[in-house]
Design a protein around this ligand. Structure first.
Ligand code: FBP
Length: 262
């Protein structure tokens, strides 16, 4: 574990990662409701909002767009990913090294681990290499900790999410990005199991402003350190508006009503 409160991934100990790796993970379907969201420059623009601590993208998008935004955004390079065309047991191929991420300007790295998958053993070994390489560069490591696989149908049960956050601590991640377990109590359990590893919520598919902000508020009240969110920001017509509200709930710890009124 490294002191990540001194890195750009955090602001006042909190985290707001803007995730934009969906073009790989979900494909063009995620952009159909708002065609302009297919343009990575639009999400990089959104990531210049002061509430956003880092933008998480895959290597190709980083190479093509980050140079235009390097003065105004912080880069988290996602090191593995799978397309939605893959129909096998959950797995994610490593498509970028820590060295290369560092070379192109990333200050932190991200890795998906599918605990419970038949590929868990190989994925954990890949994570070992990445985590140790990241330590050599003083780069924080964020684990997308998503238990899923043949024997695991419901990946958001409280016990499963607590196990996901614990895996992140045990394997050496600085931040565990987990799905919302559906309640504040569930998130408290996940936070407790993660020890010194910071727990952040994964955004999920787009919902109403209120529903989304209430889940974020529950995470903060449960001791979670923030959010790694994609669709709930860049699938909105006005990403700035929801980022203003997120800034209030996460960093100023206001109520949802106060955030919505502002
Ligand atoms: P969202 O906030 O849009 O859910 O994004 C978070 C994220 O982890 C992305 O980084 C990733 O592309 C996606 O969710 C994976 O979602 P899933 O594998 O659950 O379909």
């Amino acid at each position: 574990m490294i002191p990540i409160d001194e890195t750009p991934l955090t602001r006042d100990g909190k985290v707001l990662i803007l995730a934009y790796d969906h073009g790989l993970e979900h494909g063009p379907a995620d952009f159909t409701g708002l065609p302009e969201s297919a343009d990575p420059a639009r999400t990089f623009e959104a990531a210049t909002h002061p509430a956003v601590t880092s933008i998480a993208v895959q290597k190709g998008v980083a190479e093509a767009y980050y140079p235009s935004y390097e003065d105004d955004t912080d880069l988290l390079l996602k090191l593995n990913g799978t397309s939605n065309l893959w129909m096998g047991e959950p797995d994610s191929s490593v498509n970028c090294s820590v060295e290369y991420a560092h070379e192109i300007g990333a200050s932190s790295v991200g890795f998906t681990l599918y605990g419970g998958s038949n590929h868990e053993v190989e994925m954990t070994e890949e994570f070992r290499e990445i985590q140790e390489d990241a330590r050599a560069h003083d780069m924080p490591v964020v684990m997308w900790s998503y238990p899923r696989g043949q024997g695991l149908k419901n990946d958001t049960k409280s016990d499963v999410i607590a196990y996901a956050s614990r895996l992140a601590l045990e394997l050496g991640a600085d931040v565990a990005k987990v799905k919302y377990p559906g309640s504040k109590a569930g998130m408290e359990h996940a936070v407790q199991m993660a020890g010194k590893t910071k727990v952040v919520m994964s955004g999920g598919s787009k919902t109403s402003d209120r529903e989304f902000l209430e889940s974020v508020k529950a995470v903060i009240d449960a001791g979670g350190k923030g959010l790694a969110v994609g669709r709930n920001v860049w699938q909105r017509e006005n990403p700035t508006q929801i980022l203003d509200a997120l800034e209030k709930v996460i960093f100023e710890e206001t109520t949802v009503d106060a955030a919505l009124e502002a």
